[in-house]
Design a protein around this ligand. Structure first.
Ligand code: ZN
Length: 418
């Protein structure tokens, strides 16, 4: 491979990926607009026309914003790479810091900060215009900026040491550095799975034990039926930020916690909450969680091995608009280029993950139908779709490409048949 053919290949994939994404988004907007005037027959008696139209308007507004974001993102990637942004940034930092480890850490930090600053106006607009307009925003600007500062500090406190270890391995651990980096990365992921809920999440939300005794008894009955041990049931003040509701569990082994958003508890009946939780427990009991983690580990091993090879190819740097440094402090740059290039070349495979995810959703629904009640799950789903203004009529191709969950109509059909 020479560098100019790699440049061409990269530019072609970047443009093709952007074109496919924009095409899918515009199909989605058209399809939703086309079905705005009538609630699908299946939901006609359950969801009022006004709610259906709100969901259509919300979906269209979100998708239009996504079109802007996709375009901005492609320009940013192009600006950093082929248009010379990274080369310029690297030259400035080398003249300040020489080609030291500090230079490498500063380079990654600078790219992260610049990308974050570019995204900030769009994030702000999304929260305080779009979500606000549809009644979902519960944040104040001061909470928004406090969150931003906290996220940045937590990100730096965790990310910089991890980055430092990775760069040190890349430089000193020989040709198998990627294997050691992978082991460290996997251990870190497992650590976070175990401790995120107790160490990090409380920085952003309050968690209080679930106090409703009859609901607790009901949930404990369900957990006993399916054989799920948990360290506790907690309610999270999700309503501080958003009116969207959810339930999840986190942790490992006996330290698993089940967390309900307060917004979910306030809206669903106890039998519906049980059915939603039964679905979530289904993901766990059917090993979806373990399988997802295993897949993530295998994929990251393959990608790290690929990076181990690419970082020694001069065309990889030059093809993406960067002159590698003569004395070899190029590892941070290789990491950054890899982060920009990888999604460009892998996007077209992303439907495979969506397909896997959707088949898991069907299995979890079937699990909930078996151990709880399918009618309760259906009525919970209908309420959640209505409350979250999720469209009932997504473009089929857009949905097949992106959606981690099957369309509501298909889920309900399968549950009715169960
Ligand atoms: Zn699910």
């Amino acid at each position: 491979m020479n560098s100019s053919s790699f440049s061409l290949l990269f530019a072609a994939f970047l443009l093709a990926t952007l074109a496919v994404k924009l095409w899918l988004a515009s199909r989605h907007v058209r399809h939703v607009a086309l079905h705005r005037d009538a609630v699908p027959a299946q939901f006609a008696h359950k969801i009022p026309l006004a709610a259906h139209q709100k969901a259509a308007d919300y979906t269209i507004a979100k998708t239009r914003l996504k079109i802007v974001m996709l375009t901005v993102n492609a320009v940013v990637v192009l600006g950093f790479t082929l248009l010379g942004g990274l080369q310029w940034l690297s030259e400035q930092l080398v003249s300040l810091l020489d080609s030291s480890m500090t230079y490498q850490l500063a380079l990654v930090a600078a790219v992260t900060v610049i990308s974050g600053v570019i995204d900030l106006p769009i994030d702000y607009y999304k929260q305080f215009r779009l979500e606000e307009k549809f009644g979902f925003n519960k944040m104040t600007p001061s909470l928004f900026f406090t969150d931003l500062v906290k996220h940045s500090l937590v990100g730096a406190a965790i990310g910089l040491p991890l980055l430092w270890v990775t760069l040190a391995l890349m430089e000193q651990a020989g040709s198998l550095w990627w294997l050691y980096a992978w082991l460290i990365w996997c251990s870190f992921q497992l650590f976070m799975l175990g401790f995120y809920q107790t160490l990090i999440a409380p920085l952003f939300n309050k968690f209080t034990p679930l106090e409703d005794d009859s609901l607790r008894a009901r949930i404990e009955g369900l957990m006993q039926r399916v054989g799920f041990a948990s360290k506790g049931l907690f309610v999270m003040d999700g309503s501080r930020r958003s009116a969207h509701g959810n339930a999840y569990f986190s942790g490992f082994g006996a330290a698993k916690r089940i967390v309900f958003f307060d917004t979910l508890l306030s809206r669903l009946q106890p039998n519906e909450i049980e059915a939603v939780l039964a679905h979530e427990l289904g993901h766990f009991k059917l090993n979806h969680v373990i399988k997802r983690i295993a897949l993530m580990f295998v994929m990251s091993l393959a990608f790290l091995a690929l990076l181990g090879w690419l970082k020694n190819q001069i065309w990889f740097y030059q093809g993406l608009g960067v002159m590698p440094l003569m004395n070899g402090a190029n590892d941070a740059m290789a990491l950054i280029l890899f982060m920009f290039a990888l999604p460009v070349f892998t996007f077209l495979f992303s439907p495979l993950l969506s397909i896997m995810s959707r088949s898991n959703e069907f299995e979890a629904d079937a699990f909930a139908a078996k151990h709880s009640n399918s009618q309760d799950l259906i009525s919970a789903l209908v309420k959640l779709y209505e409350d979250n203004a999720s469209t009932l009529t997504p473009d089929p191709l857009h949905s097949a490409f992106y959606d981690s969950h099957p369309p509501a109509s298909v889920r309900v059909q399968k549950l009715l048949a169960a």
